[in-house]
Design a protein around this ligand. Structure first.
Ligand code: ATP
Ligand code: MG
Length: 876
């Protein structure tokens, strides 16, 4: 087995050098491809990298932190894998969570926050011996690492687990030729893997390369596991062997699995004999750019080295994160991205880069990774927009904040108040202040900072609108909890348990049992009334939720504490609200199915008349995508799936794969809304809202509009049930009118008998207040289209109209824009030309009105879609 390595004696003199051996594999790209094809040749199925956002049913980490994570369902046995042997190169991000390497970036030579993990995986196929043989063969024969410089670590055993040293692993490494003295046992904390407190787990075994004493710390106990630069871990093999029960006992898994991870950048660093990840070819363009733009060389000073590394890593991280649909924000992944951006801008400014520079940095990153990750190049525009906006936001305050920091630092240690001011006024994350202070040998009063943050949190909670405040005080003042019974009932007989007359014709009340839903989880508050036996009535004006308690504001007089009342939510309001809420869950699922797993809910509003759903996605939906989504939702509706809700511990909900909102706080016991039943359930979401009992109750579902609400976030508005029917009927009417208008237009221009013009398709979108109308017609001439476009412009101002028609093997296109749009930089000529290029033609006109012809009627739908997309994108 051991072969291929060049003769090398004495071993101590044998070092890896960049110019050393004639290698089969050397560059980062060669390493990636070499790894995947090596394992492919050995029976593994190659699969593409999953998103850096974990699958919806895995809330254990913010980001994917290992190659196995997208395959967790197969490892946990929830689902069968597509093949028993798989190999991947997976994007991973270790930041913001237990696996957080963000602060190590720049400080060490071997940590990136974003990197690629190469892995080979076995599902009940080969186990320890097979994994060890494969790793050894690849390392010594493909990478040609000298065997005498290789060390292995194994699991040393643990009394609590009742396990001794992993003898099978020791014997495996002995067998391939590593002597016993280079096999090191490490404790549970280092070399035992488990995904959770219970479930599949097992020992790990790692491979290290000895890079020579001169890189070491010179301590006698220096060995693999030491934090110095001599022994570098590059590959971790996980042997999933046991099932860990709650009481701590281990039973062997019926099917044992292998999961391995070799860091691509680490591997490249070793292959190329360089001192850090950032000196490998995989970062070269980026590092060169940083040096060129800043005029400061890598290694010029400790600060410069750190800044170069941070920019190289964070530049890559932010580019990939945005490409996967993440936008900066204040919670969860969004907040990590914000931190990454801020840290990069801050380090950039310190070596003289002038903001804005992230757009250019991202361009270089795209250049560097485009071959391996074409999807990043495809998202270039979104990346520019998102990063540009975030940088602008931050850069403005940063330079002022830096000045303030320098002033404060001049006076010694940084107090809690100072750190808080930097945070509150200048957006300095605490970590940044700490980092800056540390570099100057100063301390920060972190506890003081935290106390002020807490104080502010309490302040902002009580400083809300006074209505809320009064209602909260009132709710607290009553000695009982108002029980919400609105899931089951919308018409109840109950008692006013507490009442406060506001002396302005309104009063606050708490009902013993309340059918009124108080706004939460995106669903708006119910409407309704209460009335007494003798018919005195008060209308509900507002419903306030306080944990599982509520207070209600009514308009009316003549009520008193202790009154028996009937409380009613009118069905005509509640029913469509429930239909819209259940439809929202179906829509969420359909978006993920059609657009991909990166789609995440970014907000929603469920009302009786319509629903709104915001989600992360980099660009406008194509007409086909939009149609497919609408269709999917309707299919699930017509299947009449049962809908039911149940309460369960949060861990169980996670195990069931229930979708949760990121950044949302959930209690120990959560409510899960399930559509479909049991193992076959179509959707599960943590949700406290009201829902129909089965999907057919939703009736038709129709998308009203799709548009952008800020970079990287899209919004869909849709209607269901009666509203959907009304919409579909009015669309049908409009189509009829259009057809008539077209025929009329034809008559006015010139009488041409034959079959008459016909509308093939019509689409409408709203972008802000502008209506974007796209019509495809058949058998209409250029003049017909002009006349029609005039009518549409008049009827729908302000509008942007794109018309296309095929006639006798020719194509006609017309683009007509409201004048206000040309002021916003839109140009009908540019749009019509872009579309015309697809149908093999050209055109011209004025900024408000342009026309074109072409000779490829087959391509007309595509040309219209291009024009539509161009307009929607331009209108934001
Ligand atoms: P370390 O102790 O160096 O942080 P780790 O124990 O966190 O490594 P694993 O979780 O076992 O590493 O990950 C498997 C492989 O991924 C490692 O052997 C290494 O090659 C690579 N790797 C881990 N963390 C990083 C990182 N921050 N940057 C680059 N590569 C990494
Ligand atoms: Mg680590």
């Amino acid at each position: 087995m051991v072969g291929g390595a060049p003769p090398c004696a004495p071993p101590a003199a044998c070092r890896l050098r960049a110019s050393g051996y004639d290698r089969a594999v050397k560059t980062t790209a060669e390493l990636r491809e070499g790894f995947l094809s090596f394992f492919e040749e050995r029976g593994h199925v190659r699969r593409p990298s999953g998103s850096v956002i974990p699958p919806a049913d895995d809330p254990t980490t913010l980001f994917v932190v290992a190659g196995m994570q997208p395959m967790k369902r197969w490892f946990l046995g929830v689902e069968d894998p597509p093949a028993p042997r798989i190999t991947t190169a997976q994007k991973v991000m270790r930041a913001g969570g237990k696996q957080n390497d963000l602060d190590d970036v720049g400080r060490t030579a071997r940590h990136a926050s974003f990197f690629e993990m190469l892995g080979n995986f076995s599902f009940g196929d080969y186990f320890k011996d097979g994994a060890i043989d494969l790793a050894w063969e690849f390392t010594t024969e493909r990478l040609r690492f000298p065997p005498e410089q290789l060390w292995a670590t194994v699991f040393a055993g643990d009394p609590e687990l009742g396990l001794g040293e992993d003898e099978v692993a020791v014997n495996g490494w002995l067998r391939v030729g590593i002597p016993r003295e280079r096999i090191v046992g490490l404790p549970r904390s280092e070399n035992f893997w488990q995904a959770a407190d219970t479930g599949p787990c097992g020992p790990c075994s790692e491979l290290y390369l000895d890079r020579g004493v001169e890189r070491g710390c010179d301590r006698p106990e220096c060995a693999p596991g030491c934090d110095c630069d001599r022994f570098l871990e590059f590959w971790n093999l996980v042997f999933m062997e046991y099932d860990l029960a709650e009481d701590g006992t281990l039973t062997p898994l019926p099917r044992q699995n292998i999961d391995t991870g070799l860091g691509l950048e680490r591997g490249a660093m070793l292959l190329q004999g360089v001192d850090s990840l950032f000196e490998t070819d995989g970062y070269r363009l980026i590092m060169d750019w940083v040096a060129r733009e800043s005029g400061v060389g890598y290694g010029d000073s400790e600060q410069a080295t750190k800044a170069h590394r941070v920019l190289a890593d964070h530049g890559r991280a932010m580019t990939f994160l945005v490409a996967d649909g993440i936008v900066p924000g204040n919670e969860g992944r969004a907040y990590v991205l914000r931190r990454v951006v801020r840290r990069a801008v801050q380090h950039g400014q310190r070596i003289g880069l002038e903001s804005p520079f992230l757009g250019r940095l991202a361009d270089v990153v795209v250049e560097q990774v485009r071959e391996a990750y074409p999807e990043v190049e495809a998202a270039r525009d979104t990346i520019h927009d998102v990063l540009g906006a975030e940088e602008e936001r931050f850069a403005r305050t940063l330079s002022r904040g830096m000045r303030l920091f320098e002033e404060l630092a001049g006076g010694g240690n940084v107090s809690g108040e100072d750190a808080f001011r930097l945070h509150d006024t200048y957006g300095f994350p605490l970590e940044l202040t700490v980092e800056l202070a540390e570099e100057r040998g100063l301390a920060v009063d972190v506890d003081g900072f935290r106390a002020l943050m807490e104080e502010q949190r309490v302040r902002s909670r009580t400083a809300g609108p006074t209505e809320d405040l009064r209602a909260a005080e009132f709710a607290r003042g009553a000695s009982f909890r108002a029980e919400f019974v609105g899931f089951e009932k919308t018409d109840v007989r109950t008692q006013i348990g507490a009442l406060e007359d506001r002396r302005d014709g309104t009063f606050l009340a708490k009902l013993r049992e309340s059918p009124f839903y108080a706004a939460g989880g995106g669903q708006v508050s119910d409407q309704g009334w209460i009335e007494t036996e003798d018919g005195t009535r008060a209308e509900l004006r507002a419903a306030y939720r306080f944990g599982d308690d509520q207070a209600l504001l009514f308009e009316g007089t003549g009520f008193a504490e202790g009154d028996r009342v009937r409380a009613v939510v009118p069905w005509r309001v509640r029913f469509p609200t429930m239909a819209n809420h259940t439809a929202t869950h179906l829509l969420h699922k359909a978006l993920q199915e059609v657009l991909g797993d990166h789609v995440r809910q970014a907000g929603s509003a469920v009302r009786p008349d319509k629903l709104r759903f915001d989600f992360t996605h980099g660009h406008a939906l194509s007409p086909e995508e939009r149609e497919r989504i609408e269709e999917l939702v309707n299919e699930r509706i017509f299947e009449n799936l049962p809908v039911h809700a149940f309460e369960t511990p949060i861990d169980e909900a996670r195990r069931l794969g229930a979708m949760a909102l990121f950044g949302e706080k959930y209690g120990e016991i959560v409510r899960v809304v399930e559509i479909g039943s049991g193992d076959e359930a179509y959707s599960r979401e943590l949700c406290g809202g009201t829902h129909v009992r089965s999907t057919a109750e939703i009736g038709p579902f129709a998308i009203l509009s799709e548009g952008s609400v800020g970079s990287g976030v899209r919004r869909i508005e849709a209607v269901t049930s009666g509203e959907a029917f009304a919409l579909l009927r009015s669309r049908a009417h409009e189509a009829d009118e259009l057809r008539a208008a077209l025929a009329q237009a034809r008559k006015e221009t010139k009488a041409r008998p034959v079959t008459g013009p016909e509308v093939v398709e019509e689409r409408r979108n709203r972008a802000g207040d502008v209506e974007v109308i796209v019509v495809e017609a058949r058998g209409a001439g250029a003049d017909d289209l002009l006349a029609l476009s005039d009518r549409l412009m008049q009827a729908h101002a302000p509008a942007a109209v794109v018309l296309g028609a095929r006639e006798d093997g020719r194509v006609h296109l017309v683009v007509n824009l409201d004048r206000s749009l040309t002021e916003r930089g839109l140009d009908a000529v540019a749009v019509v030309r872009e579309a015309a290029s697809l149908v093999g033609g050209g055109g011209g006109g004025r900024p408000t009105m342009a026309r074109a012809g072409g000779k490829d009627p087959e391509k007309l739908p595509e040309a219209l879609a291009v024009a539509e997309r161009a307009l929607l994108d331009a209108l934001g």
